[in-house]
Design a binder for this molecule. Structure first.
Ligand code: PLP
Length: 436
């Protein structure tokens, strides 16, 4: 049986749809975290959205603090984006031949992120990281990939690996269906631990093709790189002949107009983007050094392709979003993130709930922990049992945070005083629930 998670809230139509969905869609959803497994209750089926407001099929409104897991920095149904999509759709949905818009989007990305000289468009962040890793292997002629525990780079087989015991270990598959061989070429070390990276390079001399890292981690909750960490990765990869892949699928074009690179200026060899750059439609990209990208088909031997890559409607949405994201938008994201952080912290402090509201640029997360969280082990050691009550305390009062303790919260530039007054009214109740 399904329940709303809070008897106050009318979610009967969502509950009916969830039961119906479960008959034809595994778990009733098309991406696992949408199912509310870690918080319990009924996932809300969304009917429509505008600005910062999500409206579900029962007519409940929510201030959206997920923003489609990152893309919607402008808020939902932004007029310039909707108009661009409608215009593109009216002139043909897909051609399987090049278009001028693809050049414009590539130019927009190359113009914003200096280390990116060439860029290839794909359909999802997963495709971007998968292709970037293949290119790094093809370019270096090496097989191993180093990643960090708690960093998520999409559901690429080789990147669905977690560490065994010990500091630097060969990956173990974290999902059935990922073979031992696929995970074995992945080395997993703790985030923010340069010694572990150095040790892995020493133990695998000449074998590591690339280090892939979230430019700032968002998938264990918001955990920024400690000062010097990204710089240290730059140096260790360069010294050891490996490429540095900066995964900016989440941070790209959100935390600044040039993504995390705009904040710390550490140049990767390759970059991956998604989310914001597609304005909410399926498009993503990988790019970087021209000499590395020259190895990609058809210019070079490393194969990569896509029927719908550079889709004209997705490109139009992405271009319109990036062009609308002027300094005013980034200033608003900063302001809104800071306001949310203060409201969260004040409400939890008032109820004496141990907490840290951590930020990585304008992304933030609530950790129920006395101490700062710098890696995944520390994130897991927090009092995550408080999260479901906190989540439902907010949801039942019209605020929709991510339904997991290990996710970043996302603000949009569309949020206004009314949005924050809804959040401020909901928070005391949620903080009390978290304290219980
Ligand atoms: N990389 C990072 C840092 C992400 O946050 C995500 C998705 O959340 C991905 C890659 C995968 O992107 P997608 O879900 O579009 O495949």
């Amino acid at each position: 049986t399904v329940s709303s998670g809070d008897p106050d809230v009318h979610a009967s139509r969502s509950a009916q749809l969830f039961e119906r969905a479960d008959l034809v869609i595994p778990g009733g959803v098309n991406s696992p975290v949408r199912a509310f497994h870690s918080v319990g209750g009924t996932p809300r089926f969304i009917r429509e959205a505008s600005g910062y407001t999500l409206t579900d099929v029962d007519g409940n409104d929510y201030v959206d603090l997920i923003c489609s897991w990152g893309p919607m920095i402008l808020g939902h149904a932004h007029p310039a984006v909707v108009e661009a999509v409608q215009k593109a759709a009216a002139t043909g949905l897909s051609f399987g031949a090049p278009t001028e818009g693809e050049i414009e989007l590539a130019e927009e990305i190359v113009g914003r992120v200096a280390p990116v000289e060439k860029v290839r468009l794909v359909n999802s962040g997963t495709e971007a990281t998968m292709s970037a890793v293949r290119l790094a292997r093809g370019f270096t002629g090496r097989t191993k990939v180093l990643k960090f525990s708690g960093c998520y780079h999409g559901h690429v087989d080789a990147l669905l690996a977690d560490a065994g015991s010990g500091l630097a270990t060969f990956g173990l598959p974290t999902s059935p269906g990922v073979t031992g061989a696929q995970a074995e070429d992945t080395i997993v070390v703790p985030y923010n631990d340069l010694d572990a990276v150095a040790q892995a390079f020493a133990a695998n001399e000449g074998a590591i093709a690339c280090v892939i890292t979230e430019a700032a981690a968002g998938n264990m909750g918001a955990v920024a790189p400690q000062p010097g960490f990204n710089e240290g990765l730059r140096k260790l990869t360069s010294d050891n002949g490996a490429l540095l892949i900066m995964d900016e699928v989440m941070t790209g074009f959100r935390v600044s107009s040039a993504g995390w690179y705009g904040l710390d200026g550490v140049a990767g060899d390759l970059y991956t983007f998604g989310k914001v750059m597609s304005g909410g439609l399926p498009a993503a990209a990988f790019g970087g050094r021209a000499d590395v990208m020259a190895h990609l088909a058809p210019a070079g031997p490393v194969y990569q392709a896509g029927t719908l890559s550079g889709n004209p409607v997705a490109v139009a949405a992405g271009l319109a979003s990036l062009r609308a994201a002027d300094q005013g938008v980034y200033d608003a994201l900063e302001r809104n993130s800071a306001t949310l952080r203060t409201l969260l912290s004040d409400a939890l402090t008032a109820e004496s709930v141990p907490h840290r509201v951590q930020t990585a640029g304008t992304m933030l997360s609530v950790f129920f922990s006395e101490d700062p969280v710098t890696n995944y082990a520390e994130a897991k050691a927090a009092q995550t049992w408080r999260f479901p009550a906190f989540f439902h305390g907010l949801l039942s009062r019209g605020v929709y945070p991510p339904p997991s303790a290990f996710e970043a919260w996302f603000v949009s530039a569309a949020m206004d005083d009314r949005a924050f007054s809804i959040i401020a009214d909901a928070l005391p109740h949620a903080a009390k629930a978290a304290a219980a």
